[in-house]
Design a protein around this ligand. Structure first.
Ligand code: F6R
Length: 358
């Protein structure tokens, strides 16, 4: 084991780098999901939803990804379209027959606040999901339901709080069937995975630590399948960006077979710095499985390395969270290998500060 790998099995070294304790927050994620489910269960919304024609989630970055998961999980079940809005304006179809979840952990994200104002002007039904800020103030003033979640974390670290209350709320108002079993199974699996991936499990037995070591000094490119692990691939990319402070990219099967696969043909030396990670699932469409196998063969000599990660669990929800959870751990371990504190996102803070000056 070389010295950098040593870091991952040393509590002292981990503590000295991970000053704000991101690893411990990730390790406690199953508990967060349990608490989030309780928050969801306590929501009191009794709307007649028979007139609803669309569900919109407003949210950026760590607060928006929950919307992406919701859209993916409900695609085969909900008869209404789910639209995730990640900018200032809303699409024309948002109206008084829309249900809008305005999700901002800080409550101060300007794109989300702008979407909230537009949704209000169009008389949509709005639920705010936040720990405070302007969103909470506005929602309180206007008497909209608020899902209040605990403050004091990084938004990307509270995916459980930001996601589970929303899916539970949709079940409560009768738009989707009860999700308790899937949620329960997801949390059980996360509990098990937490033990496997946590810092107390040494490198030689810990897949998350091993993949972090493999990806050290590489640029990760994560490929997921359309309609399932595409959302996990997006989460992995963002977590590599924000926790590990490295560039990372994601794309989707089968679309990437029609363009990106050609992009690895030239720039041989540069391509050696990229590692591909295929997020795979046994129930992917048979042609997708074939495509991934063939793509792996075709690209084997074109990039640094190719890794495959298979989802676990039965439901879409469990599968997505199982792959997201592995990526969360890897991104933190990779930060530790680079000796950077995973928590601060200085550039995001600087940018938000600059924008608030004008
Ligand atoms: C920071 C993070 C960011 C924020 C985003 C929106 O941990 O993940 O992507 O989530 O800048 O801010 P909030 O979540 O406060 O609306």
């Amino acid at each position: 084991m070389n010295s950098s790998e040593n870091i991952l099995d040393s509590f002292e070294l981990i503590k000295s780098i991970d000053k704000s304790g991101m690893l411990s927050v990730v390790e406690k994620f199953p508990t967060q999901c349990k608490e989030a489910a309780k928050i969801g269960d306590s929501i009191k919304i009794s709307w007649d939803c028979s007139s609803l024609r669309s569900v919109i989630v407003l949210g950026m970055g760590g607060s928006g990804i929950g919307g992406d998961i919701l859209k993916t999980v409900l695609a085969d079940e909900l008869n209404l379209p789910v639209f995730v809005n990640k900018t200032y304006q809303l699409p024309a179809f948002v109206n008084n027959e829309s249900l809008v979840f305005a999700v901002s952990y800080s409550g101060n994200t300007e794109e989300t606040l702008s979407g909230f104002d537009e949704a209000r002007a169009r008389k949509a039904r709005i639920v705010a999901v936040t720990s405070g800020g302007e969103l909470k103030e506005k929602a309180e003033k206007l008497n909209y339901p608020i899902v209040k979640i605990p403050a004091g974390f990084q938004p990307r670290a509270v995916l459980g709080y930001l996601f589970f209350p929303v899916i539970i709320a949709l079940a409560k108002i009768g738009l989707i069937k009860d999700k308790s079993d899937d949620i329960h199974q997801t949390i059980e699996l996360l509990d098990e995975l937490s033990k496997n991936y946590s810092s107390s499990n040494p490198l030689d037995k810990n897949k998350a630590k091993q993949l972090a070591v493999d990806l050290f000094n590489q640029i990760p490119v994560i490929y997921g399948s359309d309609g399932l692990t595409d959302v996990s691939a997006l989460r992995w990319k963002c977590q590599f960006n924000e926790n590990s402070k490295i560039p990372a990219f994601n794309h989707i099967f089968p679309e990437l077979n029609h363009n990106e696969i050609v992009g690895w043909e030239r720039l041989k030396e540069l391509n050696e710095k990229f590692s591909l990670i295929f997020l795979r699932d046994e129930s992917d469409h048979s042609r997708l499985i074939k495509r991934m196998d063939v793509t792996k063969e075709l690209l084997a000599d074109s990039v640094g390395n190719i890794y495959e990660v298979w989802t676990k669990g039965k439901s879409k929800l469990t599968k997505i969270f199982s792959s997201i959870y592995l990526g969360d751990f890897i991104s933190v371990y990779l930060a530790l290998l680079y000796k950077v504190d995973p928590t601060p996102v200085e550039r995001i803070t600087l940018l938000k500060n600059r924008l608030s000056e004008t």
